[in-house]
Ligand binder design. Structure first.
Ligand SMILES: *[C@@H]1O[C@H](CO)[C@@H](O)[C@H](O)[C@H]1NC(C)=O
Ligand SMILES: *[C@@H]1O[C@H](CO)[C@@H](O)[C@H](O)[C@H]1NC(C)=O
Ligand SMILES: *[C@@H]1O[C@H](CO)[C@@H](O)[C@H](O)[C@H]1NC(C)=O
Ligand SMILES: *[C@@H]1O[C@H](CO)[C@@H](O)[C@H](O)[C@H]1NC(C)=O
Length: 447
């Protein structure tokens, strides 16, 4: 069966450019993203996808006919380069402002060129609480973590009762989940269905040396120790961040294009990405939705102030997820309030859709074993895992599942938290079992 649904989890795509002046965010337990313009490097966006020789000829035609030299199209040696693409990276060797402007203007004037915009790099800073992790690990080593787990379980698959679906034989089978993060160790014992690990950085190894990518993969699909939600889901591991947590707009764009070719069902992008000022990135996210990619994204870690929702979690085509603690209190870090894109026009929208566990959640560690982590980048893979699980149960009607219908059932199944308003909790707390009942009664794919 041709599966055309992709769920894309994009966490904490940082709207930080806009919000970094707000001093309120507490520093603990949260990841931050800083984007920087790369001087003299530009992304040439085309209206359509072409093979590299065609794209090059378009750029060359314009520049050579104007006798402009001092530029280079950067080669991209990755899996996406065997397919047509909608962009190139142009490096301008002469750093003078006037030369740069002239070149950008000349290339932009080609009818096949949509825009020429700056390349950006993104630096992620992880700020999880290593002490809590270490304490937890040593308890585990001593064999006493079990008791505590029973008392306040931090294992999302247990708290959400994923076993009810597992007992029905619904385990994520057939659903392709792409994880855009720091990679994954080869033959990690927790994962039984890693289909592909792909390279989008300039590093020699695809292994995760940071443990973020492994953790996210674990929440979604671990089949040992700390069980994930959809243990039989097919994992496509995209290493788009280096071990020093750096990435580029162009790495994301190539990886997204490849994910579309691969027809992955679920794409978990828990590492932040460039911000919403980064138009090629924002447009690519819209293209994924248009290709029936179901996108789940973090609301952001910039709470407790209002007006802190991150892109693209605040877009209406994306499921925006906030974080709660296991005692059902909204986590302090969870972003909230109305959307801010429309602020210049004098209005805003409800951009937060749902909340789920995002504090001290248990997931897979780099080589083996488990750890705990907090942040809304933990909450969005929970929703992605739930989506993978539900979709695998309705795989025979996959053609009826799309970003809109899936978002509808997940929102309909949410439980209102009594003491919070909709700008803090969206439609409420994720409930796998209530969503399951929406999924099996009344949903369009059941008729
Ligand atoms: C480019 O250079 C050629 C030869 O030097 C010249 O004939 C032509 O007029 C130049 N074109 C432009 C647009 O300057
Ligand atoms: C972690 O533990 C070390 C030593 O026990 C302590 O010095 C440090 O302040 C702790 N850090 C945090 C963030 O709690
Ligand atoms: C990833 O690609 C880069 C650039 O093409 C290359 O230098 C690097 O060795 C590759 N890494 C792996 C693990 O293949
Ligand atoms: C999905 O994204 C979240 C948020 O960053 C991340 O913590 C998690 O590891 C990701 N999951 C996978 C499977 O990549």
């Amino acid at each position: 069966m041709n599966v055309s649904t992709i769920i894309c989890v994009i966490n904490a795509i940082s709207g930080l450019i806009l919000f970094q002046c707000i001093p309120a965010c507490s520093a603990s337990d949260k990841d931050t993203f800083k984007t920087t313009v790369v001087p003299n490097e530009f992304i040439v966006q085309f209206h359509f996808k072409y093979f590299s020789t065609v794209r090059e000829s378009y750029i060359q035609t314009k520049l050579l006919s104007s006798n402009i030299t001092g530029w280079r199209i950067l080669p991209r040696n990755n899996l996406a380069s065997q397919y047509p693409s909608d962009f190139d990276i142009l490096r301008i060797l002469d750093g003078k402002k006037s030369s740069i402007e002239h070149i950008v203007k000349t290339v932009t004037s080609h009818p096949s060129v949509k825009a020429v915009v700056s390349q950006r790099s993104v630096q992620r800073t992880l700020a999880w609480n290593f002490n809590a992790t270490l304490a937890y690990k040593s308890r585990r080593t001593l064999g006493i973590v079990r008791k505590e787990d029973v008392k306040h379980s931090r294992r999302v698959s247990s708290v959400l009762h994923a076993n009810v679906l597992w007992n029905l034989g619904i385990t994520g089978k057939g659903v392709k989940v792409a994880i855009f993060d720091t990679g994954l160790t080869k033959n990690h014992p927790h994962f039984r269905n890693v289909k592909e690990r792909t390279n989008w950085t300039n590093e020699k190894s695809l292994d995760d040396r940071v443990s973020h990518g492994t953790f996210v993969a674990g929440v979604i699909a671990s089949s040992k120790e700390c069980l994930g939600l959809a243990p039989d889901a097919e994992l496509y591991i995209f290493k788009v961040f280096t071990n020093s947590q750096v990435s580029y707009t162009s790495w994301f764009l190539d990886a997204f294009n490849y994910a579309i070719h691969r027809k992955v069902n679920i794409l978990n992008l828990s590492i932040g990405g460039p911000d919403f000022m980064d138009s090629p990135f924002v447009e690519k996210v819209l293209e994924l939705s248009a290709n029936n990619v179901i996108m789940v994204s973090s609301a952001g870690n910039d709470g407790p102030l209002y007006g802190t929702l991150n892109n693209p979690g605040d877009q209406s085509d994306v499921i925006g997820v906030g974080g709660i603690q296991f005692d059902d209190k909204i986590a302090k870090f969870s972003s909230r309030g109305m959307t801010t894109w429309e602020l210049p026009l004098g209005y805003g929208r409800l951009g937060l859709d749902i909340v789920t566990y995002g504090s001290q959640v248990e997931g897979s560690d780099v080589r083996t074993g488990c750890r705990r982590l907090s942040g809304t980048s933990v909450s969005s893979p929970v929703v992605a895992g739930v989506a993978a699980l539900l979709i695998s149960g309705a795989f025979h009607r996959i053609e009826l599942i799309n970003p809109a219908s899936l978002k509808q059932v997940i929102i309909e199944g949410a439980e209102k938290l009594p003491t919070y308003n909709m700008f803090e909790q969206g439609q409420g707390k994720l409930s796998l079992l209530k969503t399951l009942s929406r999924f099996t009664l009344g949903a369009p794919w059941q008729s």
